[in-house]
Design a binder for this molecule. Structure first.
Ligand SMILES: Nc1nc2c(ncn2[C@@H]2O[C@H](COP(=O)(O)OP(=O)(O)OP(=O)(O)O)[C@@H](O)[C@H]2O)c(=O)[nH]1
Ligand SMILES: [Mg+2]
Length: 291
């Protein structure tokens, strides 16, 4: 049997979380068009007759002196030691940036097998061939596979390459597990995804979700979730709530629908917007959110 921990690394918005979800065949990690969507190391598990691969989705590697960004970068870097293999995801619709070369200098000294994924090859602006040549220079011993995490092309080739590269070992999780996220964390992530996909500019970065209370009926068929969607300013609260409350109603409805699919009970979501000023600068809040 094969068994490996595999870090999924790359710049913000390269498609790491979308790729993780395709590899696991389940929605494990949230996705949005805005960079810095993922704020934690999210594990997704793929079990087949060949063995078990445990993927670690990481926050996009982004160089910035802001407190939140520094902590996110630290998380991505900490995943390097924990894994046996790396998937390095590149967005082929963008040029290779400074962050890309910096990330490579961080993981190459660890000498772990790296599979480079040239993602978004479904887009007309993807320049997969020229990127392939650049990567061959930058990481001559890596395997390069072109994919679309969106359509699923190249995913089976990638899985095969990963199992080939994985060491022999025992299963680390029961076969039916596809993630190890605690329920309340998962609830908050689902709500955050629905919220950040409805807002623009700086607002997605200003949002976090706090689960205030979860109550499940004695027979286990019903669950009441009370949550707060936290923003940084009163003006953002107005935008999220929307005219006559239509914004927050749409977020609540979309989140409740997905929560019902994920949790084995009828979900009733009570969602309110609250202001937590400058939370991105406050250690006690960041400690609860970034781990
Ligand atoms: N066309 C296309 N879009 C993709 C593909 N993979 C991801 N996307 C889109 O790219 C955006 C970012 O995807 P994510 O999976 O959230 O990217 P990420 O690398 O996890 O981003 P961070 O968590 O912010 O670092 C989303 O709008 C996805 O739908 C792909 O193969 N093709
Ligand atoms: Mg992500």
């Amino acid at each position: 049997m094969k068994s490996a921990f595999i870090s999924i690394l790359g710049r913000p918005s390269a498609g790491k979380s979308t790729l993780l979800n395709k590899l696991c065949g389940k929605k494990v990690s949230i996705v949005a068009p805005t960079p810095q969507t993922t704020r934690n190391k999210i594990r997704g598990i793929l079990s087949t007759e060949e063995g078990q691969l445990v993927f670690i989705d990481t926050p996009g590697f982004h160089v910035s002196e802001k407190k939140l960004n520094l902590q996110l970068k630290e998380l991505s870097v900490s995943s390097l030691e924990e894994s046996d293999l790396y998937i390095y995801v590149i967005d082929t619709a963008r040029k290779i940036g400074e962050e890309e070369t910096l990330l490579v200098t961080l993981f190459t000294p660890l000498q772990k097998k790296t599979i480079v994924v040239l993602n978004k090859d479904d887009l007309p602006e993807a320049h997969t061939d020229s990127m392939n040549r650049k990567i061959k220079q930058l990481l001559p011993s890596s395997t390069v596979i072109s994919t679309s995490a969106y359509t699923g092309s190249g995913i089976e080739t990638l899985k095969k390459a990963l199992f080939d590269a994985a060491p022999e070992g025992e299963m680390m999780y029961p076969e039916e597990f596809y993630t190890d996220q605690p329920p309340e964390f998962r609830m908050a992530e689902i709500i955050r995804e629905k919220a950040i996909n409805r807002v623009k500019e700086e607002i997605p970065h200003s949002i976090f979700v706090e689960i205030a209370d979860v109550e499940i009926s004695d027979d286990g068929t019903k669950g009441w979730i009370r949550a707060f969607l936290m923003v940084e300013k009163e003006s953002q609260k107005g935008i999220v709530v929307g005219k006559g409350g239509e914004g927050i109603r749409a977020i609540r409805k979309a989140a409740q629908k997905e929560l019902k699919r994920v949790f084995p009970y009828q979900v009733y979501l009570d969602l309110r917007v609250k202001v937590s000023s400058k939370w991105r600068k406050k250690d006690h809040i960041l400690q609860k959110l970034i781990f």
